[in-house]
Design a protein around this ligand. Structure first.
Ligand code: 16G
Ligand code: ZN
Length: 522
């Protein structure tokens, strides 16, 4: 067969690198860009097979997000815009480590296992990449793999991760699906809900010298009658993710370089592929950061109020991880909003959020979005047409508009900025009032390098250790010495290390608890 012959021929240009073992982790593949091409080629083959089996468009995003510029990575997007199914994650790890000589056999086996013919002509893959120099080469390797299986490839070039997720989703539901459609859809939705202000506010966004700058540059002129988007760290003057970006800001708990702020100005920081954002502002020259938890409470509070005002019978809940600040969880409970905790990683949060009619999910680091169930969309849209009472109608109209302002495929730094700005304006909230809804408990995070992180197993959404035996009891004893304290230890899903997270009534206690748990564990 021609296809299999062409695989043999192409594979020889993408031989495995001796000593390198690939793994499809929490964020797909991540490594130094120079060793990624063999995995990327194999993922082209695998994504083609996934597309054939789904009879749909599948996405492949080439990015290493907040990691350094010389790294790169790759993840696969399911037809509805979600993360790759766990079963296919395993196939990905297997296939990416299969040597060139055994690839044809491995593909035949896989095609039998998933029950789809290698020569099926259904489906296509849509490839996007961030601004990294290695991007075109990695995208080309993906395309080479897909072409070997005679799968259609659409390379949309440089885009943000959420844009790719959105485009894949829109493609599969036969809705407008180009990048231009993305800009038009979200700018229209924003303008519709935000409306005009007396004075046009200016908003600063630290783009981590990454692809977010491109997205905001396209949106800015569409929004220029309403807000001024000031793009900082656009890549013209600094290195990707260096001393800036959401990861840097969250970790250092300090402002990024390259943002000339004024007091009380609304500032945001996003990461290298624009799928997470944080808000910050300065008051009396003091830096204040509002993280994913603050964004979750803002969204949930806003939506909860609208649902009540509109008198809709819809369940609303918030999904968090163990990293969520204890104060945010208490705050949500005090408002009667249910909160669920799941393991780290967007796919876990996204899945759990689907249990609610309106599911708000955020990681403290700024990844997150809102999901509206089919029932919720039906109920809301139907009521919007029928409602005649004034207060109820105004609430339900806002709800409809808000659903259109959210990228429900995946957390989107850019559309979340627009949604946050809208809520702050409609609710007349200053950064201070928003920030003062609750006060974060001080926390400390430590990274501990160990030979084998896999010896640590967790349970209870990573909040407890199940093995090695006895370790949890020791942590409990240490924690009991502190007031209002919480501490957990988990193996990282992206680096070969273990993370310790401690939260206490004071910073000094949090530092000390993290240190003592860290040194006890290792
Ligand atoms: C990945 C995850 C992110 C998570 C982080 C945790 C996605 C798209 N990204 O970047 O959500 O917070 O891993 O990293 O799921 P860690 O396991 O090294 O702490
Ligand atoms: Zn990212």
């Amino acid at each position: 067969e021609i296809t299999l012959e062409s695989i043999r021929a192409t594979a020889s240009s993408y031989n495995l690198v001796p000593g390198v073992k690939y793994a499809y982790g929490t964020a797909g593949f991540r490594c130094k860009a120079e060793i990624l091409a063999p995995a990327a080629y194999r993922m082209g083959l695998l994504s083609a097979l996934r597309a054939k089996s789904a009879k749909a468009a599948i996405g492949v995003m080439v990015t290493a997000s907040h990691n350094p510029p010389e790294d790169n990575g790759l993840k696969v997007v399911e037809p509805q815009g979600e993360m790759l199914l766990p079963r296919w994650e395993n196939y990905s790890t297997q296939l990416s480590n299969t040597d060139s000589a055994s690839l044809v056999e491995a593909l035949k086996d896989l095609s039998e296992e998933v029950d789809v013919s290698l020569t099926s002509a259904r489906g296509k893959i849509i490839v996007g990449r961030d601004t990294r120099d290695s991007g075109p080469l990695i995208s080309a390797a993906v395309a080479a793999g897909a072409h070997n299986l005679q799968c259609k490839v659409e390379d949309i070039g440089v885009c943000t991760t959420p844009q790719l997720h959105w485009i894949v989703k829109q493609t599969n539901i036969s809705k407008p699906n180009t990048i231009e459609d993305y800009y038009r859809t979200f700018s229209d939705s924003f303008i519709n809900l935000y409306g005009k202000s007396e004075s046009k506010p200016s908003i600063k966004v630290d783009c981590a010298n990454g692809v977010g700058a491109k997205s905001l540059r396209s949106l800015a002129p569409l929004l220029s009658d309403y807000i001024d988007l000031v793009i900082c760290n656009d890549g013209s003057n600094g290195k990707l993710n260096e001393n800036c970006g959401a990861d840097f800001v969250k970790l250092m708990q300090n402002a990024p370089q390259g943002v000339n702020y004024s007091e009380n100005e609304h500032c945001y920081t996003i990461d290298g592929d624009a799928d997470r954002s944080l808000f910050f502002f300065f008051q009396d020259h003091k830096f204040n950061m509002l993280d994913g938890d603050k964004i979750a409470t803002l969204f949930a509070g806003f939506l909860n109020t609208l649902i009540h005002e509109a008198e809709l019978d819809l369940s609303l809940g918030v999904v968090q991880t163990a990293y969520a600040n204890g104060s945010s969880t208490s705050y949500l409970h005090s408002k009667g909003i249910p909160v669920v905790c799941v393991p780290t990683g967007v796919k876990h949060l996204h899945k759990k959020a689907e249990d609610f009619d309106v599911g708000v999910y955020f990681e403290a680091n700024g990844h997150g979005t809102v999901l509206f169930s089919d029932t919720a969309m039906e109920v809301i849209n139907k009521r919007a047409v029928q409602e005649t009472r004034k207060i109820q109608q105004s609430a339900v109209t806002r709800l409809v508009a808000f659903t259109k302002l959210i990228n429900t495929a995946v957390g989107d730094a850019v559309t979340n900025i627009l949604a946050i700005e809208t809520i702050l304006k409609l609710c007349n909230l200053s950064p201070q009032t928003w920030n003062n809804m609750y006060t974060d408990l001080p926390y400390r995070q430590l990274k501990i390098n160990i030979r084998d992180r896999d010896i640590i197993k967790t349970r209870d959404a990573e909040r407890k250790i199940s093995s090695p035996e006895g370790m949890q009891e020791k942590i409990d004893v240490l924690v009991s010495d502190y007031s209002n304290a919480r501490c957990f230890v988990r193996p990282s899903g992206t680096e070969n290390c273990v993370r310790v997270h401690a939260e206490c009534a004071t910073q000094r206690e949090a530092d000390s608890l993290a240190m003592s748990v860290g040194s006890m564990v290792f």
